[in-house]
Write a protein of this length. Structure first.
Length: 296
């Protein structure tokens, strides 16, 4: 009896999890209709191309905030940063740069969320394509196979495929639903899958073989990316060391001879040299990262 009860509870948990994914999928579909709860601001944002791009970034980063709320958060962060520097630290000349940097922090967070989510999706995609292929071989229709993947895969693949299935069930053409999927997940691997399915629906052919080939190509691409990261690991580490080393030396000098460094920074020329050195360090680090960031 205890085993049977445990199995019933596990099955109920699975059903609830699937319903939660469906509810989250519907919330994303409905979310696209409004950029702000304020009608005037919503109308204003709809006419701005940059607003659509920023809203798409929020969707890609799986952030539930509306665009209007996100912009308000950026303005609040910018105001707090400028106020802190101008009045608390008493550096009014740096208030504007500090406000700009603080205002961009939510944007940086959203971009980081997007990168992490896309990386998770790409790692799960080959297994999802294998599952999709097996479902098609079992005689299921393509929308039903999409539903199976959404129910059996982990997030974020489960949620994104659930959105595709829900949009198609509500009347959107499958090709358009797949194109919207490609817009939500900025991934080369996903674009391979979307392009392959759209071409098949327009020209015909054996979809299972196409999906198998696509999964193989994606796995080979990940293998090559791993080889590239291994070959460039030394260069990436060198860039980190060269960036951190001056800061470590400055900390050692400050510890051993605090007066020497304090007098240097107190002088206007020395302070300008420190700022210039920091800017050059940042530029050099970015340049080295771009050199070793090989696109495959």
């Amino acid at each position: 009896v205890g085993y049977a009860n445990r199995r019933v509870r596990e099955r109920l948990d699975d059903v609830i999890a699937v319903r939660d994914e469906d509810d989250r999928a519907r919330s994303v579909i409905l979310r696209d209709m409004e950029l702000s709860t304020i009608p005037f601001l919503n109308h204003l944002l709809y006419g701005a191309p940059w607003a659509r791009r920023l809203d798409n970034l929020l969707v890609q980063g799986d952030l539930s905030l509306r665009l209007g709320s996100f912009i308000a958060l950026m303005l609040l962060a910018a105001s707090f940063g400028a106020y802190s520097v101008a009045f608390i630290l008493e550096r009014p000349l740096f208030a504007l740069p500090a406000g700009i940097v603080a205002g961009c922090l939510p944007l940086f967070y959203a971009k980081r969320r997007k990168r992490v989510r896309v990386a998770q999706f790409e790692r799960q995609l080959p297994d999802a394509l294998d599952m999709l292929t097996n479902a098609l071989r079992a005689g299921m229709a393509f929308p039903t196979a999409i539903q199976v993947v959404s129910e059996e895969s982990p997030d974020p693949v489960a949620r994104e495929f659930a959105i595709v299935f829900e949009e198609n069930r509500l009347g959107l053409d499958m090709k358009e639903a797949l194109r919207k999927l490609g817009g939500r997940i900025d991934s080369t691997e996903l674009n391979l899958f979307v392009t392959a399915v759209i071409l098949h629906r327009e020209t015909g052919g054996n979809l299972t073989e196409i999906l198998e080939g696509t999964a193989t190509v994606i796995r080979d691409r990940f293998r090559i990316l791993g080889d590239v990261r291994t070959l460039t690991a030394q260069s990436r580490m060198s860039g980190i060391i060269l960036t951190v080393l001056p800061l470590v030396i400055a900390a050692v000098v400050l510890f051993l001879s605090p007066g020497y460094l304090i007098d240097f920074v107190a002088d206007p020329v020395g302070r300008a040299l420190v700022y210039m050195a920091l800017v050059l360090q940042i530029v050099g680090f970015i340049a080295m990262r771009r050199i070793v960031n090989i696109k495959v």
